[in-house]
Design a protein around this ligand. Structure first.
Ligand code: FES
Ligand SMILES: [Fe+2]
Length: 409
């Protein structure tokens, strides 16, 4: 893709179809990083991931290596993981406790956990140079904005833009739903997550999260196998453990999926209502990088790595004050349906890879999002699908995409 062609990316997006290059073109990917991921609020982690001063957790925001760390003032800071000397990442591990300082492994510059420079070894030698240790230029740079909602920490690398609450809008119910289910009104992260690298563009993951058209097909064999065993156990014992049902539920036929409804917001967020029949409102994706399943106490953070590689982190939470059995039940679902070792996840990953291979080919130019196009209801910019299998969420995600890549906030 020539730089010239990047000027008007809107032409790749039509109301009911998008050009395949938005999934496969490396220059478009870079544009997405700059105009979307480096601007919007990105989910960094949960406060309880860093309970003590010195606790840190590294992550990627767009192209930027970052570290979330708790300082001695008990505040959580989000810093660029980049030494002010010659640029090495000061933090090489995924997580840990660094004590009072980060020490760069290259020449041992030391930084306090709020990012300020603590010391340079061999301080003699800088006299008369432009290096002044008190200047912010020689600190670890901070994310432009950091905020949290009910313990969930977000950062934006842009100084200007909507506040976190404005950005979340009605989709903040995802966190309310999860926290309000806890007797103490709070959740606590389970200290580590599953990490899955999928060989596809990041948008394919996000689209799949709201794709009610795929479970009956993609996960049919998994669901049917579980159903057979479940019936067999029921015949012998009268009742099968709930775990079988987690998987046999994937035999749900198409017409049942049509009874759920998606509510699509202008900034790309989407709520899938009636999913799993657990609550009337089950918020789902926050565009562009987060999928929350509040009834299951889990979320997935999407971290694009390159145009054809995407990391997803699958995090799990405990409801504070809830009995252990509640946690165990949610953990069962987490392991059986969302872990990298399940058939369900493997089914999806196979499709993601196949999609990306096909989209990168010369076998066609367009991706179809025609299903129920023009048949959704819209009020004040919010699009309600009449059928669960409407491709409204994908069309809506590209509405937000077009807005952002054109420079919108
Ligand atoms: S690069 Fe960090 S101390 Fe030299
Ligand atoms: Fe799936």
């Amino acid at each position: 893709m020539m730089q010239d062609n990047l000027r008007d990316l809107g032409r790749f997006i039509e109301p009911d179809r998008v050009h395949h290059s938005v999934y496969t073109d490396a220059a478009i990917f870079e544009r997405e990083m700059a105009t979307i991921f480096h601007k919007v609020w990105t989910y960094v982690g949960h406060e309880t991931q860093v309970p003590k001063p010195g606790d840190y957790h590294t992550l990627q925001i767009g192209r930027q290596p970052m570290v979330m760390v708790r300082h001695s003032d008990n505040k959580v800071y989000v810093l660029y993981n980049r030494c002010a000397h010659r640029g090495a990442m000061v933090c090489g591990a995924l997580r840990g406790n660094t004590g009072n300082t980060f020490t760069c492994s290259y020449h041992s510059w030391q930084y306090r956990t709020d990012g300020t420079l603590e010391s340079i070894p061999l301080p003699k030698g800088y006299e008369g140079t432009r290096l002044s240790p008190g200047s912010p230029e020689f600190n670890l740079k901070r994310a432009a904005r950091v905020d949290r909602y009910r313990g969930f920490v977000f950062a934006s690398l842009a100084a200007e833009g909507p506040s976190l609450l404005e950005y979340l809008g009605d989709a903040k119910i995802a966190f309310d739903d999860m926290c309000n289910r806890a007797p103490e009104g709070e959740v606590e992260v389970v200290p580590n997550c599953f990490r899955v690298i999928q060989h596809s563009n990041w948008k394919i993951f996000l689209e799949n999260q709201l794709d009610a058209l795929h479970p009956s097909v993609t996960h049919e064999s998994t669901g049917r196998a579980a159903l057979e065993v479940e019936h067999d156990i029921e015949k012998r014992n009268g009742k099968a453990p709930l775990d079988y049902h987690y998987l046999s539920a994937f035999t749900t036929p198409f017409h049942k999926w049509d009874t759920v409804q998606t509510v699509n917001y202008p900034n790309g967020h989407c709520i899938l209502q009636g999913y799993m029949g657990l609550r009337p409102q089950d918020p789902d994706t926050l565009y562009p990088g987060l999928s929350v399943q509040s009834p299951l106490q889990q979320l997935r953070a999407v971290r694009p790595l390159s145009v054809d590689r995407t990391l997803t982190e699958i995090w799990h939470f405990r409801l504070k004050g809830a009995p252990e059995a509640i946690y165990r039940r949610a953990l069962g679902y987490y392991n059986l349906v969302n872990s990298p070792s399940t058939m369900v996840n493997a089914d999806d990953l196979e499709n993601f890879w196949r999609c990306h291979q096909g989209l990168a080919s010369e076998g066609g130019d367009w991706v179809s999002f025609h299903r129920h196009a023009g048949q959704d209801d819209e009020k004040d910019g919010v699009i309600m699908s009449r059928w669960g299998t409407s491709e409204a969420p994908m069309r809506n995600q590209f509405r937000a995409w077009t807005h952002y890549v054109a420079g919108g906030r």
